[in-house]
Design a protein around this ligand. Sequence first.
Ligand SMILES: *Cc1c(COP(=O)(O)O)cnc(C)c1O
Length: 399
Amino acid sequence: MGLDWIHQADRLSALPPYVFARLDELKAKAREQGLDLIDLGMGNPDGPTPQPVVEAAMAALQDVSNHGYPPFEGTASFRRAITDWYYRRYNVELDPDGEALPLLGSKEGLTHLAIAYVNPGDLVLVPSPAYPAHFRGPLIAGGKIHSLMLSAEKDWLIDISAIPEDVARQAKILYFNYPSNPTAATAPREFFEEIVAFARHYEILLVHDLCYAELAFDGYQPTSLLEIPGAKDLGVEFHTLSKTYNMAGWRVGFVVGNRHVIQGLRTLKTNLDYGIFAALQRAAETALQLPDIYLEEVQTRYRTRRDFLIEGLGKLGWSVPKTKGTMYLWVPCPPGVGSTDFALSVLQQTGVVVTPGNAFGSGGEGYVRISLIAECDRLQEALDRFAAAGICYQPMAVS
Ligand SMILES: *Cc1c(COP(=O)(O)O)cnc(C)c1O
Protein backbone atom coordinates (compact mmCIF):
# COMPACT_ATOMS: atom_id res chain seq x y z
CA MET A 1 0.00 0.00 0.00
CA GLY A 2 1.14 3.55 -0.56
CA LEU A 3 4.89 3.94 -0.78
CA ASP A 4 4.51 5.36 -4.27
CA TRP A 5 7.40 7.73 -3.49
CA ILE A 6 9.93 4.91 -3.24
CA HIS A 7 11.14 3.25 -6.41
CA GLN A 8 13.18 0.17 -7.06
CA ALA A 9 16.68 0.72 -8.40
CA ASP A 10 16.92 0.95 -12.18
CA ARG A 11 18.99 -2.21 -12.26
CA LEU A 12 15.90 -4.23 -11.41
CA SER A 13 13.79 -2.76 -14.20
CA ALA A 14 16.56 -3.72 -16.66
CA LEU A 15 15.55 -7.35 -16.21
CA PRO A 16 13.31 -8.98 -18.81
CA PRO A 17 9.99 -10.32 -17.46
CA TYR A 18 10.15 -13.69 -15.83
CA VAL A 19 8.30 -16.19 -18.03
CA PHE A 20 8.07 -18.60 -15.10
CA ALA A 21 5.73 -16.21 -13.26
CA ARG A 22 2.83 -16.75 -15.70
CA LEU A 23 3.45 -20.49 -15.63
CA ASP A 24 3.41 -20.46 -11.83
CA GLU A 25 0.03 -18.72 -11.83
CA LEU A 26 -1.44 -21.36 -14.12
CA LYS A 27 0.14 -24.14 -12.07
CA ALA A 28 -1.50 -22.78 -8.93
CA LYS A 29 -4.84 -22.54 -10.74
CA ALA A 30 -4.56 -26.10 -12.05
CA ARG A 31 -3.78 -27.36 -8.54
CA GLU A 32 -6.83 -25.54 -7.17
CA GLN A 33 -8.94 -27.35 -9.75
CA GLY A 34 -7.62 -30.58 -8.33
CA LEU A 35 -5.55 -31.44 -11.39
CA ASP A 36 -2.75 -33.97 -10.74
CA LEU A 37 0.23 -31.97 -12.00
CA ILE A 38 3.29 -33.69 -13.47
CA ASP A 39 5.92 -31.01 -13.04
CA LEU A 40 8.73 -31.48 -15.55
CA GLY A 41 9.35 -27.74 -15.66
CA MET A 42 12.02 -27.16 -13.05
CA GLY A 43 15.66 -28.20 -12.95
CA ASN A 44 15.13 -29.53 -9.44
CA PRO A 45 16.38 -33.13 -9.00
CA ASP A 46 13.72 -35.38 -7.47
CA GLY A 47 15.84 -37.82 -5.42
CA PRO A 48 17.16 -37.64 -1.85
CA THR A 49 20.69 -36.48 -0.99
CA PRO A 50 22.96 -39.57 -0.63
CA GLN A 51 22.79 -40.98 2.90
CA PRO A 52 26.55 -40.67 3.64
CA VAL A 53 26.27 -36.93 2.94
CA VAL A 54 23.26 -36.56 5.24
CA GLU A 55 25.10 -38.50 7.95
CA ALA A 56 28.22 -36.35 7.59
CA ALA A 57 26.03 -33.27 7.96
CA MET A 58 24.38 -34.63 11.11
CA ALA A 59 27.73 -35.40 12.69
CA ALA A 60 29.09 -31.99 11.70
CA LEU A 61 26.05 -30.29 13.26
CA GLN A 62 27.10 -31.73 16.65
CA ASP A 63 30.56 -30.21 16.33
CA VAL A 64 30.51 -26.87 18.13
CA SER A 65 33.49 -25.61 16.14
CA ASN A 66 31.17 -25.44 13.13
CA HIS A 67 28.65 -23.19 14.82
CA GLY A 68 30.33 -19.82 14.37
CA TYR A 69 30.94 -17.77 11.24
CA PRO A 70 32.75 -19.86 8.67
CA PRO A 71 35.94 -18.44 7.11
CA PHE A 72 35.20 -16.04 4.21
CA GLU A 73 37.18 -18.11 1.76
CA GLY A 74 35.49 -21.37 2.80
CA THR A 75 36.97 -24.06 5.06
CA ALA A 76 40.45 -25.25 4.16
CA SER A 77 39.30 -28.87 4.08
CA PHE A 78 36.43 -28.22 1.64
CA ARG A 79 38.76 -26.24 -0.64
CA ARG A 80 41.20 -29.14 -0.49
CA ALA A 81 38.39 -31.59 -1.30
CA ILE A 82 37.49 -29.44 -4.33
CA THR A 83 41.02 -29.38 -5.72
CA ASP A 84 41.50 -33.10 -5.02
CA TRP A 85 38.25 -33.85 -6.87
CA TYR A 86 39.42 -31.68 -9.73
CA TYR A 87 42.69 -33.50 -9.99
CA ARG A 88 40.98 -36.88 -9.86
CA ARG A 89 38.41 -35.96 -12.55
CA TYR A 90 40.42 -33.80 -14.91
CA ASN A 91 44.05 -34.27 -13.99
CA VAL A 92 44.25 -30.51 -13.46
CA GLU A 93 46.22 -29.18 -10.49
CA LEU A 94 44.77 -26.23 -8.61
CA ASP A 95 45.93 -24.33 -5.54
CA PRO A 96 43.30 -24.71 -2.81
CA ASP A 97 44.44 -21.31 -1.45
CA GLY A 98 43.35 -18.98 -4.21
CA GLU A 99 42.22 -21.07 -7.17
CA ALA A 100 39.08 -22.54 -5.55
CA LEU A 101 36.27 -20.69 -3.78
CA PRO A 102 33.14 -22.26 -2.25
CA LEU A 103 29.86 -20.55 -3.18
CA LEU A 104 26.30 -20.45 -1.85
CA GLY A 105 25.28 -22.41 -4.94
CA SER A 106 26.74 -21.61 -8.34
CA LYS A 107 23.87 -19.25 -9.28
CA GLU A 108 25.03 -16.92 -6.53
CA GLY A 109 28.60 -16.94 -7.82
CA LEU A 110 27.67 -16.61 -11.50
CA THR A 111 25.60 -13.53 -10.70
CA HIS A 112 28.05 -11.97 -8.26
CA LEU A 113 30.90 -12.48 -10.70
CA ALA A 114 29.07 -10.07 -13.00
CA ILE A 115 28.66 -7.57 -10.16
CA ALA A 116 32.39 -7.85 -9.46
CA TYR A 117 33.53 -7.55 -13.08
CA VAL A 118 30.92 -5.78 -15.23
CA ASN A 119 30.71 -1.99 -15.30
CA PRO A 120 27.63 -0.21 -16.64
CA GLY A 121 27.87 -0.34 -20.43
CA ASP A 122 30.40 -3.19 -20.58
CA LEU A 123 29.69 -5.72 -23.31
CA VAL A 124 29.05 -9.31 -22.24
CA LEU A 125 28.66 -12.19 -24.70
CA VAL A 126 25.97 -14.69 -23.75
CA PRO A 127 24.49 -17.48 -25.85
CA SER A 128 20.76 -17.49 -26.53
CA PRO A 129 19.22 -19.68 -25.21
CA ALA A 130 21.16 -19.70 -21.92
CA TYR A 131 20.72 -20.42 -18.24
CA PRO A 132 19.06 -17.19 -17.02
CA ALA A 133 21.76 -16.22 -14.47
CA HIS A 134 24.23 -15.93 -17.35
CA PHE A 135 22.42 -12.89 -18.74
CA ARG A 136 20.48 -11.68 -15.70
CA GLY A 137 23.68 -11.21 -13.66
CA PRO A 138 25.34 -8.96 -16.25
CA LEU A 139 22.04 -7.06 -16.72
CA ILE A 140 21.79 -6.37 -12.98
CA ALA A 141 25.35 -5.05 -13.17
CA GLY A 142 24.30 -2.64 -15.94
CA GLY A 143 26.13 -4.50 -18.68
CA LYS A 144 25.05 -4.74 -22.30
CA ILE A 145 24.36 -8.23 -23.61
CA HIS A 146 25.36 -9.35 -27.08
CA SER A 147 23.41 -12.56 -27.70
CA LEU A 148 25.20 -15.36 -29.51
CA MET A 149 22.27 -17.04 -31.26
CA LEU A 150 22.40 -20.83 -31.17
CA SER A 151 20.60 -23.17 -33.53
CA ALA A 152 19.89 -26.82 -34.14
CA GLU A 153 21.81 -26.60 -37.45
CA LYS A 154 25.02 -25.85 -35.50
CA ASP A 155 24.20 -28.43 -32.82
CA TRP A 156 23.52 -25.57 -30.37
CA LEU A 157 27.24 -24.77 -30.28
CA ILE A 158 28.40 -21.15 -30.20
CA ASP A 159 29.47 -20.20 -33.73
CA ILE A 160 32.64 -18.34 -32.81
CA SER A 161 33.40 -17.41 -36.42
CA ALA A 162 30.04 -15.59 -36.63
CA ILE A 163 30.93 -13.12 -33.85
CA PRO A 164 31.53 -9.76 -35.53
CA GLU A 165 35.06 -8.38 -35.15
CA ASP A 166 33.96 -5.13 -33.44
CA VAL A 167 31.83 -7.07 -30.97
CA ALA A 168 34.72 -9.39 -30.14
CA ARG A 169 36.99 -6.38 -29.60
CA GLN A 170 34.57 -4.70 -27.24
CA ALA A 171 33.54 -7.80 -25.31
CA LYS A 172 34.78 -8.18 -21.75
CA ILE A 173 33.28 -11.50 -20.65
CA LEU A 174 31.81 -14.57 -22.33
CA TYR A 175 29.51 -16.88 -20.36
CA PHE A 176 28.95 -20.41 -21.68
CA ASN A 177 27.77 -23.82 -20.52
CA TYR A 178 28.30 -27.34 -21.94
CA PRO A 179 26.69 -29.81 -21.32
CA SER A 180 24.02 -27.19 -21.74
CA ASN A 181 20.97 -26.18 -19.85
CA PRO A 182 18.53 -25.83 -21.61
CA THR A 183 19.58 -27.45 -24.92
CA ALA A 184 21.32 -30.55 -23.47
CA ALA A 185 24.01 -30.04 -26.13
CA THR A 186 27.59 -31.06 -25.45
CA ALA A 187 30.72 -29.50 -26.90
CA PRO A 188 33.75 -31.38 -28.23
CA ARG A 189 37.18 -30.64 -26.84
CA GLU A 190 38.13 -28.81 -30.06
CA PHE A 191 35.37 -26.31 -29.35
CA PHE A 192 36.97 -25.53 -25.99
CA GLU A 193 40.34 -25.10 -27.67
CA GLU A 194 38.80 -22.75 -30.21
CA ILE A 195 37.05 -20.61 -27.60
CA VAL A 196 40.23 -20.32 -25.51
CA ALA A 197 42.15 -19.13 -28.59
CA PHE A 198 39.37 -16.64 -29.34
CA ALA A 199 39.37 -15.32 -25.75
CA ARG A 200 43.14 -14.99 -25.75
CA HIS A 201 43.13 -13.09 -29.03
CA TYR A 202 40.45 -10.62 -27.95
CA GLU A 203 41.31 -10.56 -24.23
CA ILE A 204 37.95 -11.82 -23.02
CA LEU A 205 37.30 -13.42 -19.65
CA LEU A 206 35.77 -16.89 -20.13
CA VAL A 207 33.17 -17.99 -17.60
CA HIS A 208 32.26 -21.63 -18.06
CA ASP A 209 29.39 -23.19 -16.12
CA LEU A 210 30.08 -26.93 -15.78
CA CYS A 211 26.98 -27.60 -13.72
CA TYR A 212 26.48 -30.98 -15.44
CA ALA A 213 30.07 -32.16 -15.04
CA GLU A 214 28.93 -35.59 -13.91
CA LEU A 215 25.50 -36.02 -15.46
CA ALA A 216 26.76 -37.56 -18.68
CA PHE A 217 25.84 -40.81 -20.40
CA ASP A 218 27.01 -43.53 -22.73
CA GLY A 219 30.66 -43.10 -21.74
CA TYR A 220 30.76 -39.41 -22.56
CA GLN A 221 33.02 -37.38 -20.22
CA PRO A 222 32.34 -33.61 -20.29
CA THR A 223 35.36 -31.38 -20.86
CA SER A 224 36.50 -28.92 -18.22
CA LEU A 225 37.60 -25.53 -19.52
CA LEU A 226 40.66 -25.81 -17.30
CA GLU A 227 41.84 -28.93 -19.11
CA ILE A 228 42.72 -26.70 -22.06
CA PRO A 229 46.31 -25.41 -21.85
CA GLY A 230 46.38 -21.73 -20.94
CA ALA A 231 42.70 -21.57 -19.94
CA LYS A 232 43.55 -20.75 -16.34
CA ASP A 233 45.12 -17.50 -17.57
CA LEU A 234 41.78 -16.24 -18.83
CA GLY A 235 38.96 -18.24 -17.34
CA VAL A 236 37.03 -19.55 -14.40
CA GLU A 237 34.68 -22.51 -14.14
CA PHE A 238 31.61 -22.89 -11.95
CA HIS A 239 30.41 -26.14 -10.40
CA THR A 240 27.50 -27.14 -8.22
CA LEU A 241 26.60 -30.01 -5.94
CA SER A 242 22.90 -29.39 -6.58
CA LYS A 243 22.38 -31.67 -9.55
CA THR A 244 24.75 -34.64 -9.28
CA TYR A 245 24.28 -35.10 -5.55
CA ASN A 246 20.60 -34.08 -5.25
CA MET A 247 21.68 -31.21 -3.00
CA ALA A 248 19.79 -28.29 -4.59
CA GLY A 249 18.39 -27.18 -1.24
CA TRP A 250 21.77 -27.21 0.52
CA ARG A 251 23.16 -24.32 -1.57
CA VAL A 252 26.68 -25.52 -2.24
CA GLY A 253 28.74 -24.76 -5.31
CA PHE A 254 32.23 -23.56 -6.11
CA VAL A 255 34.33 -21.72 -8.65
CA VAL A 256 37.83 -22.69 -9.76
CA GLY A 257 40.38 -21.17 -12.10
CA ASN A 258 42.12 -17.83 -12.47
CA ARG A 259 43.21 -16.61 -9.04
CA HIS A 260 42.88 -12.88 -9.80
CA VAL A 261 39.29 -13.28 -10.95
CA ILE A 262 38.48 -15.46 -7.96
CA GLN A 263 40.09 -12.85 -5.70
CA GLY A 264 37.78 -10.18 -7.17
CA LEU A 265 34.71 -12.31 -6.56
CA ARG A 266 35.92 -13.08 -3.05
CA THR A 267 36.41 -9.38 -2.28
CA LEU A 268 32.82 -8.68 -3.30
CA LYS A 269 31.47 -11.65 -1.34
CA THR A 270 33.42 -10.62 1.75
CA ASN A 271 31.16 -7.57 1.74
CA LEU A 272 27.96 -9.53 1.18
CA ASP A 273 27.98 -12.89 2.95
CA TYR A 274 29.90 -15.30 5.13
CA GLY A 275 29.67 -18.25 2.82
CA ILE A 276 28.32 -21.71 3.53
CA PHE A 277 27.54 -23.03 7.03
CA ALA A 278 30.72 -24.92 8.00
CA ALA A 279 28.75 -28.08 8.83
CA LEU A 280 27.44 -28.16 5.27
CA GLN A 281 30.92 -27.64 3.87
CA ARG A 282 31.94 -30.75 5.78
CA ALA A 283 29.03 -32.66 4.23
CA ALA A 284 29.90 -31.32 0.79
CA GLU A 285 33.40 -32.76 1.13
CA THR A 286 31.82 -36.14 1.70
CA ALA A 287 29.77 -35.74 -1.49
CA LEU A 288 32.88 -35.00 -3.59
CA GLN A 289 34.55 -38.08 -2.11
CA LEU A 290 31.68 -40.51 -2.79
CA PRO A 291 32.77 -43.62 -4.68
CA ASP A 292 32.09 -43.66 -8.42
CA ILE A 293 29.42 -46.30 -7.97
CA TYR A 294 27.17 -43.53 -6.69
CA LEU A 295 27.71 -41.55 -9.89
CA GLU A 296 26.92 -44.57 -11.98
CA GLU A 297 23.58 -44.92 -10.19
CA VAL A 298 22.65 -41.29 -10.84
CA GLN A 299 23.74 -41.53 -14.45
CA THR A 300 21.75 -44.71 -14.97
CA ARG A 301 18.65 -43.12 -13.46
CA TYR A 302 18.72 -40.16 -15.87
CA ARG A 303 19.80 -42.24 -18.86
CA THR A 304 16.89 -44.64 -18.32
CA ARG A 305 14.43 -41.76 -18.16
CA ARG A 306 16.02 -40.13 -21.21
CA ASP A 307 15.63 -43.28 -23.29
CA PHE A 308 12.10 -43.86 -22.04
CA LEU A 309 10.90 -40.35 -22.85
CA ILE A 310 12.66 -40.15 -26.23
CA GLU A 311 11.01 -43.40 -27.24
CA GLY A 312 7.58 -42.28 -26.02
CA LEU A 313 7.85 -38.90 -27.74
CA GLY A 314 8.93 -40.78 -30.87
CA LYS A 315 5.55 -42.51 -30.95
CA LEU A 316 3.94 -39.07 -30.92
CA GLY A 317 5.96 -37.93 -33.93
CA TRP A 318 8.93 -36.28 -32.24
CA SER A 319 12.45 -37.17 -33.22
CA VAL A 320 14.56 -36.07 -30.26
CA PRO A 321 18.28 -36.82 -30.48
CA LYS A 322 19.90 -38.90 -27.72
CA THR A 323 21.44 -36.35 -25.41
CA LYS A 324 24.87 -37.14 -23.96
CA GLY A 325 24.40 -35.15 -20.78
CA THR A 326 22.21 -33.07 -18.42
CA MET A 327 18.76 -33.90 -17.07
CA TYR A 328 16.79 -32.31 -19.91
CA LEU A 329 15.28 -32.94 -23.29
CA TRP A 330 15.07 -29.96 -25.66
CA VAL A 331 11.98 -30.59 -27.70
CA PRO A 332 10.68 -28.63 -30.71
CA CYS A 333 7.15 -27.23 -30.52
CA PRO A 334 4.78 -28.35 -33.27
CA PRO A 335 5.42 -26.19 -36.37
CA GLY A 336 3.84 -22.77 -36.17
CA VAL A 337 3.24 -22.92 -32.40
CA GLY A 338 5.19 -20.56 -30.10
CA SER A 339 6.94 -21.83 -26.97
CA THR A 340 4.74 -19.99 -24.50
CA ASP A 341 1.51 -21.02 -26.23
CA PHE A 342 2.65 -24.61 -26.48
CA ALA A 343 3.75 -24.85 -22.83
CA LEU A 344 0.52 -23.22 -21.66
CA SER A 345 -1.71 -25.44 -23.78
CA VAL A 346 0.15 -28.57 -22.65
CA LEU A 347 -0.38 -27.48 -19.05
CA GLN A 348 -4.05 -26.67 -19.53
CA GLN A 349 -4.86 -29.79 -21.50
CA THR A 350 -2.77 -32.34 -19.62
CA GLY A 351 -1.48 -30.94 -16.31
CA VAL A 352 2.08 -31.61 -17.51
CA VAL A 353 4.46 -28.72 -16.84
CA VAL A 354 7.24 -28.05 -19.36
CA THR A 355 9.33 -24.90 -19.65
CA PRO A 356 8.88 -22.65 -22.69
CA GLY A 357 12.22 -22.25 -24.46
CA ASN A 358 11.93 -18.46 -24.63
CA ALA A 359 12.39 -18.34 -20.84
CA PHE A 360 16.06 -18.87 -21.75
CA GLY A 361 16.19 -16.02 -24.26
CA SER A 362 14.72 -15.44 -27.71
CA GLY A 363 17.03 -18.12 -29.15
CA GLY A 364 14.94 -20.70 -27.28
CA GLU A 365 11.75 -19.78 -29.14
CA GLY A 366 10.14 -22.76 -30.83
CA TYR A 367 11.29 -25.24 -28.19
CA VAL A 368 10.31 -26.45 -24.74
CA ARG A 369 12.57 -27.96 -22.12
CA ILE A 370 11.43 -31.14 -20.41
CA SER A 371 13.22 -32.09 -17.20
CA LEU A 372 13.84 -35.77 -16.49
CA ILE A 373 12.85 -35.32 -12.87
CA ALA A 374 10.13 -37.96 -12.52
CA GLU A 375 10.18 -41.75 -12.56
CA CYS A 376 9.26 -43.59 -15.75
CA ASP A 377 5.73 -44.40 -14.55
CA ARG A 378 5.00 -40.69 -14.26
CA LEU A 379 6.65 -40.02 -17.61
CA GLN A 380 4.39 -42.70 -19.09
CA GLU A 381 1.38 -40.99 -17.52
CA ALA A 382 2.49 -37.70 -19.11
CA LEU A 383 2.84 -39.41 -22.51
CA ASP A 384 -0.61 -41.03 -22.13
CA ARG A 385 -2.14 -37.66 -21.41
CA PHE A 386 -0.40 -36.16 -24.47
CA ALA A 387 -1.82 -38.95 -26.62
CA ALA A 388 -5.32 -38.54 -25.15
CA ALA A 389 -5.23 -34.77 -25.77
CA GLY A 390 -3.93 -35.23 -29.32
CA ILE A 391 -0.65 -33.46 -28.56
CA CYS A 392 1.92 -34.59 -31.07
CA TYR A 393 4.55 -33.32 -33.47
CA GLN A 394 3.40 -33.01 -37.05
CA PRO A 395 6.10 -31.63 -39.32
CA MET A 396 3.67 -31.36 -42.22
CA ALA A 397 0.82 -29.81 -40.19
CA VAL A 398 -1.49 -27.62 -42.23
CA SER A 399 -4.15 -25.56 -40.58
C1 LIG B 1 20.92 -25.68 -11.93
C2 LIG B 1 21.94 -24.82 -12.59
C3 LIG B 1 22.72 -23.92 -11.84
C4 LIG B 1 22.41 -23.59 -10.40
O1 LIG B 1 23.06 -24.30 -9.52
P1 LIG B 1 23.05 -23.94 -7.99
O2 LIG B 1 24.40 -24.36 -7.56
O3 LIG B 1 21.96 -24.74 -7.37
O4 LIG B 1 22.82 -22.47 -7.82
C5 LIG B 1 23.73 -23.23 -12.48
N1 LIG B 1 23.95 -23.38 -13.81
C6 LIG B 1 23.20 -24.20 -14.55
C7 LIG B 1 23.49 -24.32 -16.01
C8 LIG B 1 22.17 -24.93 -13.97
O5 LIG B 1 21.42 -25.74 -14.74
